[in-house]
Design a protein around this ligand. Structure first.
Ligand SMILES: [Zn+2]
Length: 212
């Protein structure tokens, strides 16, 4: 009886150890894949890559099988920086407050922080998480309007992603278009500004094509 119990304990121990090794291997593989992908992004705007830890609350590590669109969001926390938003996503692994994240966060100075590799799913756009990349934009006040620096970087990044993933401006969506949520506030409340944004992305795409 004792021997049987010991055997069961040993098997359990080996099983758990094996699982830990498996999880470690999966994380290592994801990191390497992300590194390969991001370092081959020639011509991309400067990206501050600070990938989140793989966890169930902000970076599920689920492969993104296809990319059919790019979803634009606003952070809904006036004055918060890209770094603060990124750290909030990272801390969800411990706080478990909600499930949320974004592939990219564009800050008030136009800086771009990447949180999730484009090969993996983010938790940003509800049922379109499965086939879109997400961009969160910081904003200085309650109007939700982006600073000129943020706007320029979002246009550059979006145009570049469209080029890389063979998308057009018809593939750009607001979070609002998926769920009706007032996000990104400024582009929902001012549909002309949203149309102008798509035009600016189109112009930038033409410019980028000319550069290559
Ligand atoms: Zn949103």
């Amino acid at each position: 009886m004792v021997i049987v119990s010991l055997c069961i304990l040993a098997l359990l121990f080996l099983g758990l150890g094996g699982r830990a090794v498996w999880i470690h291997a999966r994380e290592k593989e994801a990191r390497e894949r992300a590194h390969l992908l991001e370092t081959s992004w020639e011509g991309a705007p400067p990206l501050d890559v600070q990938l989140l830890t793989i966890n169930d609350y902000s970076r599920p590590g689920i492969p993104l099988e296809q990319i059919n669109g790019i979803a634009i969001h606003y952070t809904a926390n006036p004055g918060a920086t890209a770094q603060q938003n990124r750290d909030y996503f990272e801390n969800l692994k411990d706080s478990h407050i909600t499930q949320a994240s974004s592939h990219f966060i564009v800050g008030l100075e136009g800086e771009i922080v990447q949180c999730i590799p484009s090969s993996e799913m983010s938790y940003a756009t509800n049922e379109r998480n499965v086939d879109t990349l997400s961009i969160e934009c910081c904003h200085p006040d309650e109007t939700g309007k982006f600073t000129p620096a943020t706007y320029t970087s979002v246009v550059d990044l979006t145009a570049w992603l469209c080029g890389r993933f063979m998308l057009s401006t018809d593939d750009l969506i607001r979070h609002y278009d998926v769920t009706g949520k007032n996000c990104p506030k400024y582009f929902v409340e001012d549909p002309k500004a949203w149309e102008q944004f798509k035009e600016d992305v189109h112009t930038k795409m033409e410019e980028q094509k000319g550069e290559t």
